[in-house]
Design a binder for this molecule. Sequence first.
Ligand SMILES: [Zn+2]
Length: 68
Amino acid sequence: MPRSKCISCGHHEFEAVPVVNKNGQNFCLVQCVACGVVVGAVDDVKVANVVRKAERKLSHFLDSLQKG
Ligand SMILES: [Zn+2]
């Protein structure tokens, strides 16, 4: 899979910056760590869901290790 590249400077590391808009909604801006150009935005709820799913997978994995 090709690595994501910043459209502005070509850097390939990004960070998610939590922000709150004027309606009080939480979301994350995805921005280049080198130049700060915003390359995307994600719903905070979606981020939480992704983390929760990953946690569930990990605990299943650990369970199966203990049983095995
Ligand atoms: Zn950049």
